[in-house]
Structure formats: C-alpha cells, structure tokens
Design a binder for this molecule. Structure first.
Ligand code: G4F
Length: 334
C-alpha cells in the first residue's frame, strides 16, 4: 500500500523539497496551504503543472493553522500515515515586530495539530521542523540534542515551546513524534528576505546593472549554514527509525555574513566592499552569536551527512540568480 503523507508549509523552501522527496519515494502527498484562491505557489509550479502528479499523487487543501475545525476535517479525510509539520512564521527578525502571531502560528499551531492527532486512530507519525534558535544564547558550543534551550528571540521562544510539546506528546501519549532541530539551511528557493538569498540575488543584480547597492545588518553575524535539500532528505528517514528521537541537523562549520559576501560577489568578479552598506534597521534587538550544531547523532542514526560544501552552495545560489535574471545567457557572467 502507498504511504500517505500530509505536509503543513508545503509551499515554502523546505516544503517544496520535501514534496519532491516524498513523491520520489512513492508517497501520495497532501499539503495544507493558506488562502488557496489568492496565492501563487511558485515553488510547486512544476508539480502542479504535471497531470500525472497534481490531483493524482499530490493534493492541496486550504486551511490556516488556527483553523482547527478545517485542519481536523482534512486530517480525518486524508488519514495520513505521516505528518510533516513545517508551517509557521519563520522570520526571526519579524518575530520582534509580530510576536503574538509568531507564537500563535509557530507555538500554538503545533500544539493544535498535536491535539488533533491525539484523537486519530492510529496516531500518524509526526515530524516537527524545529530550529537552532531554541538554543539562543547557549552555554555550550557546539549544540546537540541535550543542550538546554535558552531562546533570546520571540521566534526562538515559540519554537522552544513547540519542540518541548512534541517531546511531551512522545513521552506522555506515546506518539511517534520527532523534532528535526535544523540549523540554517539555504538554497535557490530561499525566501528573499533571508540574508543568504538577499546577498546572492543582489550580487547578481549588481553584476547585471539592475541594482546599485545592498544594505544589510550585522556583517559579522555567524551561523552554521547548510544546504536545504540535504536537511529535507533527513525528514522522512527520521520517521522510519525504530524509535522516535530528536536529531540535530547541521554542518558543524561556522561562517559569517562576510563569508557569503566574499564568495557571492567574488564569484562574479566584484568586490563587495564597493557595493554593501549597513543600516541599523537590519540589526536585531537580540541575535544568537554562537549557534553551531553537532549532528553526530543524526550521522549515527540515519547516516545523514551534508552533500555540499559551503562554497558550492553559495555558488549554486549565485548561478541560479544569474540564470533567472539573465535568461539569455547560458553561462554565468565572469
Ligand atoms: O537569514 P536570516 O534572517 O536567518 P535566521 O535569523 O538565522 O533564521 C533562519 O534560520 C533559523 C535556523 O534554522 C530558522 F529557524 C529560521 O526560521 C530562519 O530560517 O539571518 C541570518 C543572520 C542573522 O544573524 C541576521 O542578524 O544574518 C544576519 N543579517 C545581517 N544582515 C541579516 C541581515 N539577516 C537578514 N534577514 N537581513 C539582513 O539584512
């Protein structure tokens, strides 16, 4: 019998890679999307245009994360064997401006789904995409699954709540539920407000004469940046373990925003110092400084390891922007 999966947040970067991964593994996939009549789901366009896939093996259902009745009805109709919960307000900077809705969707949205699943027979397996932001200002570097949560942003607090709830439902109600504790992960499908895509897109635009300046926040900000498709490929494997457990997904290698600038602009033969300015508007009220992941448990449990180097990932993203912005050119401008 075919496996049936339900994905929340299917239209985002991770959701779009996950649906491809699950379809390739032979799953029937259902996705929950917001306001179906108004949105475009660019990252899914290729799948929705495929008559062998759309409404045959991939189905979309409209519901907001606070619409419990509709989500309950969708889950009752779909009867998924596995639920992948990716949805939520995912911009850390924005969480300072909209803390209530961040907690509403990221924290309470997760609890609501857990509560709905509690009434299912059998209870589907559940994967929650958690975040390194739960560690905030950690007292140990690198961080692993046993590192205490010390979030310093509204987003981190919301994710910490959701992560702990998943553990509580696993321990108290016997759910097969896991947190994938993901450090930053990027790709050409990253949203344009995240620093990595902002840099790669701007570098390409500047090279093509479409932009004259790039304004950023803290250039010394440091993160453990990996490649999104690698992270997403771990999600399904996590739900096939003998016993459910949380896993940290990370490269274990720190880089700064300046490293992104050096590689992205350098690849296009530009000196970033000629084009980049900083503005307090993009500096956060609080920003974790020492997020670095230890993914040894994931390596042992599911043989997970990154497939790309940092430099390969940055260059792939720059090349993608050059292709999209300059479609006549088959080669990146050197
Ligand atoms: O790209 P960012 O906005 O990602 P951030 O805040 O680390 O969050 C991302 O990764 C988390 C961990 O996986 C996820 F939980 C979360 O949902 C999201 O996917 O910022 C990265 C760093 C920060 O230190 C930020 O302060 O870059 C710094 N930065 C410097 N200038 C900037 C900018 N970030 C943004 N977005 N824009 C800037 O101009």
């Amino acid at each position: 019998m075919m496996n049936t999966a339900l994905i929340t947040g299917i239209t985002g970067q991770d959701g779009s890679y996950l649906v491809e991964d699950l379809l390739e593994r032979g799953y029937v996939v259902h996705g929950i999307v917001r306001t179906p009549s108004l949105q475009r789901w660019q990252r899914l366009d290729h799948l929705l245009a495929d008559p062998e896939v759309h409404d045959k093996r991939l189905f979309l259902h409209g519901a907001d994360l606070d619409d419990v009745t509709t989500i309950r009805r969708i889950i009752a109709g779909v009867q998924p064997g596995e639920v992948y919960h990716l949805a939520g307000q995912s911009h850390v900077g924005a969480s300072f401006e909209i803390p209530e809705s961040t907690c509403e969707f990221t924290a309470m949205g997760t609890l609501r789904i857990l509560e709905i699943l509690r009434d299912c027979r059998p209870v589907p397996k559940f994967l929650h995409v958690s975040s390194s932001e739960i560690f905030g200002s950690p007292d140990q570097v690198p961080q692993d699954e046993s590192t205490p949560h010390r979030p310093i942003t509204p987003y981190g607090v919301a994710k910490s709540f959701a992560t702990d709830m998943v553990r509580v439902y696993r321990e108290s109600f016997g759910f097969f539920a896991c947190n994938a504790i993901c450090f930053n992960h990027e790709s050409p499908r990253r949203g344009e407000s995240f620093v990595t895509r902002k840099i790669t897109r701007s570098a390409a635009k500047i090279k093509l004469g479409l932009q004259t300046q790039l304004t950023l926040g803290n250039l010394d900000a440091c993160r453990d940046w990996g490649y999104a498709p690698d992270f997403v490929s771990a999600f399904q494997c996590m739900l096939q373990q003998d016993e459910p457990q949380d896993l940290v997904l990370a490269t274990g290698i720190p880089h700064t925003v300046k490293d992104w600038l050096e590689i992205a602009f350098g690849y296009l033969d530009l000196d970033w110092r000629d084009w980049v300015t900083t503005d307090q508007r993009f500096v956060r009220k609080a920003d974790p400084r020492e997020l670095l992941g230890d993914a040894r448990r994931a390596r042992r449990a599911i043989e997970w390891k990154p497939s790309r180097t940092f430099e390969e990932m940055v260059i792939e993203m720059v090349e993608h922007e050059m292709r999209v912005l300059n479609p006549d050119s088959s080669q990146p401008v050197q």
